[in-house]
Design a protein around this ligand. Structure first.
Ligand SMILES: N[C@@H](CCC(=O)N[C@@H](CS)C(=O)NCC(=O)O)C(=O)O
Length: 217
């Protein structure tokens, strides 16, 4: 089986996919795609020209959720989706909530302004960042913190793709110069710390932090 992952290092969705591939022990080749300047014809691989996309023996899949669903079917162990029907539904909910609502308010407001804009040589809209930090992010963090009260994982007793998706967005929050306040969100902060200590996350954080420091000084 020949597998290629199209993406870039700092994307939370690509990182989510990479971590899931690593946890399942799936070997793949990385193909760098700059999401702000995709190569000609990339829409044949990813119709909306987004990253990540996966190529498996000449067939293509776009979107991290589709890619994770594919790998669960082809490489069931370790399971990243629960077998219980209700827990499966809850996992899909959290994955969507994190990849869309949280990403929009968190990564696309904080990380995009503080890191991506600067990498592109543009101004950081700090007002937008402060609005997100003070107004739009807190209710989502509070919801996640409450969900994680007394639990190690978002759903059930073992790690699911929802935990990986969340921890991946939190890497971008950290790259954006922010930390989760353990006094306000103790469960979310502990979940993030545990997830980021896992080898695939720890390695990604080290490599990406080094890159950001080198490029941004
Ligand atoms: N829901 C998608 C989101 C993918 C996404 O938005 N990726 C960003 C990079 S972090 C991208 O490709 N942006 C370029 C664009 O939207 O044109 C997923 O989970 O894969």
């Amino acid at each position: 089986m020949s597998i290629k992952l199209y993406g870039a290092a700092l994307s939370p969705f690509v990182r989510k996919t990479r971590v899931a591939l690593a946890l399942k022990g799936i070997e793949f080749e990385s193909v760098h795609i700059d999401p702000n300047n995709t190569p000609e014809g990339y829409e044949k691989i990813s119709p909306m020209k987004r990253i990540p996309a996966l190529e498996v023996d000449g067939q293509f899949l776009a979107d991290s959720a589709a890619i994770c669903a594919w790998m669960e079917k082809t490489h069931p162990e370790p399971a990243l989706y629960p077998s219980d029907a209700m827990e499966m539904g809850q996992t899909i909910w959290f994955e969507r909530f994190i990849d869309y609502d949280l990403a929009m308010r968190c990564t696309f407001a904080v990380f995009r302004n503080r890191v991506v804009m600067r990498l592109l040589g543009k101004e950081c809209d700090e007002e937008k960042v402060q609005h997100a930090l003070s107004t739009t992010i807190p209710p989502l963090f509070a919801y996640l913190d409450k969900t994680l009260d007394g639990r190690k994982f978002l759903v059930g007793d073992s790690m699911t793709v929802a935990d990986i998706a969340l921890a991946s967005q939190m890497v971008n929050f950290r790259h954006g110069g922010e930390t989760i306040d353990p006094a306000t969100y103790p469960n979310l902060a502990a979940h993030t710390e545990r997830m980021h200590a896992l080898a695939p996350f720890a390695q990604a954080i080290e490599k990406e932090t080094g890159f950001i420091q080198k490029v941004m000084g």
